[in-house]
Ligand binder design. Sequence first.
Ligand code: SAH
Length: 245
Amino acid sequence: MIRRRPLLGGMAAALAAGPVAGQPSYDAARRRMVGNIQQLAAAGALGGPRRLSPAVLDALRTVPRHRFVPRDLEGEAYGDTPLPIGHGATISQPFMVAIMTDLLQARSDWKVLEVGTGSGYQAAVLAALGAQVFTIEIVPELARTAEARLAALGYRGVQVRAGDGYKGWPEAAPFDGILVTAGATHVPTPLVEQLKPGGRMVIPVGPSQQLQQLTVVTKDARGAVRTTRLGPVLFVPLQEDARRR
Ligand code: SAH
C-alpha cells in the first residue's frame, strides 16, 4: 500500500514523494547505481578487483533505497554515498552494502544476523536474496521505524529487535552468516559463538572513531576460526550498551 503524505513544500516535495502514479519512478536511477557499483568493484575499490555475484546485483536492483532515507534526501538515494538517517546513524554507501553482502555469500536458505539495523536497507537486501534475517539496532526509535518500514514494503523474512547487538541474538542462533554494519574495536566473542560451523561473518574492525579494516571471519566445520582483512573502511562505531560496561 502506498500512503501519500500531504505536499508541504511545493515542487520539491512533489518530486520527492516516491513511486506514486504520475510521479517519477527511481528504476533508472537504481539501475545506474548498480552499474556504478559493478564498475567500482571491477576497478578494485576494496581489496582488489571483484566480480559481484549476480544474485547480489539482482537484490540491489529490487530494493527501493529511496524509501529507506529521510524524505528530504530521497533525490540523493541512488548516489554512491552514505546518508544521515538521524541519531548519528547513516545508511551505508551502496557500494559498501554490495561488497559486504557479496563477501557474506548468503544463500536463500541461510539464517543471517545483522547488527546495526539503521534504516533497514541492508536487512532488506539480505531478505531480497531470500535469507531469513534477524536484525538488532541499539537505538529503539531506529529499530521501530525500520521494522514498520520493512513491513510496509512487504519484507516478511525480517525480524527486528531493539538492543545491543554485541551480544547477538542467542535464541535465534546459530547463524549461517553475521553482518555487522558498525565499526567494532574487536570481533565480539558472542557473535563468534553464534556463528554456525561453515558460517561467515563480515565486520569492520578497528580503533573507535578511526578507520576500520573490513574483516571476514570464517568458522570451519571443526569450529576453527580464521580472519581475513580486506581493506580500510569507515563506519559509525559499534556502541557499548551501558549495561555491558
Ligand atoms: N545497516 C544500516 C546502517 C547501519 S549504521 C542500514 O542499512 O541502514 C550503524 C547502525 O548501528 C546505527 O543505526 C547504530 O545505531 C547501530 N548500532 C551501533 N551500535 C550498536 C550495537 N551495539 N548494537 C546494535 N546496533 C548498534
